[in-house]
Design a protein around this ligand. Structure first.
Ligand SMILES: [Zn+2]
Length: 243
């Protein structure tokens, strides 16, 4: 592999193509769906996983690459009431009481706008410690769960990241500034993720959304795209806080 930026283009950054990711077999809770990630992320993850094993942690990926199409299905289901949208207290929001902009922003607190998910990049993963739970356990990725079962893993990750021993992984959703909620289980591999952040193209995103036939809240999203980018796209130049 050459040392340029690994042929990551807009098609990859926006989740429209998966030609930058490969299946990572043997480390997934998804029944029929192998976790996919960029080979360089996979290499770094193998090193992190090895270190975790020495601490008694079975660092396991719940979710890796996610396509634009998949993110769109989640977005549409939430906007149309087929999937619950929750508030910060894990309570379901009655979407019918909100206007369209409020609906969009309520979804964005916990779900990325299709085309902007860091999971498109092949650099980002959601993890849990399989040693801390039974084999039938299905992670829901909630704070309650993190505190109940995965304190050891999160404490260890805190330490590795602070001491720069996390092989390039960091937590992009670590601070709550009113944008995306805190997600301690979400790790990002900085060397490639930083490249994706730098090459993010809001105009191309608008065009992509405009041209997607089935996109819930389309006009509201397009009319508020700058504000959405500022608040919810980590690493976007308009954001004032570091991710
Ligand atoms: Zn995630």
């Amino acid at each position: 592999m050459d040392n340029s930026e690994n042929n990551l283009h807009w098609q990859h950054i926006s989740g429209q193509s998966d030609s930058h990711v490969l299946p990572l077999s043997g480390n997934s809770t998804e029944k029929n769906n192998t976790v996919k990630m960029h080979p360089r992320t996979a290499h770094a993850f193998a090193l992190l996983r090895q270190d975790a094993t020495a601490e008694g942690i079975n660092l396991t990926i719940v979710s890796g690459f996610r396509s634009f199409e998949r993110q769109c299905a989640i977005w549409n289901a939430k906007a149309r009431g087929q999937l619950a949208v929750v508030n910060d207290c894990d309570e379901e929001i009655n979407m019918a009481t909100l206007d369209e902009k409020q609906q969009a922003f309520a979804i964005l607190r916990f779900s990325a706008l299709p085309g902007t998910s860091r999971h498109h990049w092949g650099t980002d993963i959601d993890v849990y410690d399989r040693n801390a739970v039974s084999s039938e356990f299905v992670p829901a990725l909630t704070h309650t769960e993190s505190q109940r079962h995965f304190r050891h893993m999160h404490h260890w990750l805190d330490k590795q990241i602070t001491q720069r021993k996390a092989h390039g992984f960091f937590r992009p959703y670590q601070h709550d500034d009113g944008g995306v909620a805190i997600e301690p289980w979400h790790l990002s591999w900085h060397p490639l993720a930083h490249y994706c952040e730098q090459h993010y193209d809001i105009n191309a995103l608008s065009t992509l959304i405009e041209n997607t036939a089935d996109f819930a809240l389309k006009h509201t999203v397009l009319n508020n795209i700058s504000e959405i980018a500022e608040r919810f796209i980590v690493g976007h130049p308009l954001r004032t806080t570091a991710g």
